[in-house]
Ligand binder design. Structure first.
Ligand SMILES: [Zn+2]
Length: 268
């Protein structure tokens, strides 16, 4: 920050760079994250999402943007840092708006233009892809590097690409993978998502769930218990009012008859 304050704020390049940095900070794009280094606003570091529908999809690529002292009247230079299979590392990339083609640069363009231009250069093939800083790796190798690039960490920024540019990688990744070899995984993912959905629907918040479901069970149990106890009580009621009195009555009657019989015999 001290370096920034030490800069001449009336300098055209400094004013312009600080204005672009403010704009990018206030209106971030989900496809890239770019900011000037704290100790040198003429060097920016950017993390860019690989273009969707290409072998770079799912990849995150970190590169330097070097702004000349004459910026914006002279173009920035771009140097890739993350292994990617498309651009050479630590080499100024030759694209139309960089310092390799100064005459095509327009001062109205900015850092955003450079980033989007680089993103557009990723999928180019053949003659269009050739130039200083270009490399031609096989598609499989580019895909492998794209997966690895997410965890790649910039030694200067001390932050991984994924930390720098989190977001919607799953949504981007799903269509790129061939459905044949990932069908099992996708179905399990579907199942897991539906399970989690069901969970989130049934348990909107964790604390209430244990309170709601066990009481329902408790109610059922109580109902069952009360039903059972009713049956039991009915049975007991039947037993107490019908069977034992009948037996007792008959026994008492028999005894009475016997006693009366014996008394009659003795008296007579
Ligand atoms: Zn960096």
């Amino acid at each position: 920050m001290s370096a920034v304050t030490a800069l001449n704020r009336n300098n055209t390049a400094v004013k312009r760079i600080m204005q672009e940095a403010r704009e990018l900070a206030n209106d971030p794009c989900p496809d890239y994250h770019a900011a000037p280094l704290e100790d040198d606003i003429f060097e920016w570091h950017c993390t860019l999402r690989g273009p969707p529908g290409t072998e770079f999809e799912g990849g995150l690529y970190h590169f330097r943007i070097l702004l000349p002292a004459e910026y914006p009247f002279r173009p920035p230079s771009l140097m890739m840092l993350t292994p990617n299979g498309r651009f050479e590392l630590n080499t100024k990339i030759c694209i139309s708006f960089t310092n390799y083609h100064e005459e095509e640069w327009q001062p109205a363009w900015g850092v955003r233009t450079a980033i989007l231009g680089l993103q557009g250069f990723f999928p180019l093939k053949g003659q269009a892809a050739n130039g200083v800083g270009s490399v031609e790796y096989p598609v499989s190798e580019r895909k492998r590097l794209a997966q690895q690039s997410r965890e790649w960490m910039c030694p200067r920024c001390q932050i991984s690409n994924l930390e720098c540019l989190p977001g919607h990688p799953v949504k981007d990744k799903a269509p790129s993978e061939s459905p044949s070899d990932t069908q099992g995984g996708s179905t399990t993912q579907m199942e897991m998502s539906t399970v989690s959905l069901e969970r989130s629907l049934t348990n909107p918040d964790q604390p209430s769930s244990p309170e709601t479901s066990p009481p329902e069970l408790a109610v059922h149990d109580q109902e069952r218990a009360s039903d059972e106890s009713n049956h039991v009580s009915v049975n007991r009621a039947h037993g107490s009012t019908l069977r034992p009195p009948l037996l007792l009555d008959t026994a008492i009657c028999v005894l009475l008859v016997l006693v009366v019989g014996l008394l009659c015999r003795r008296v007579l």
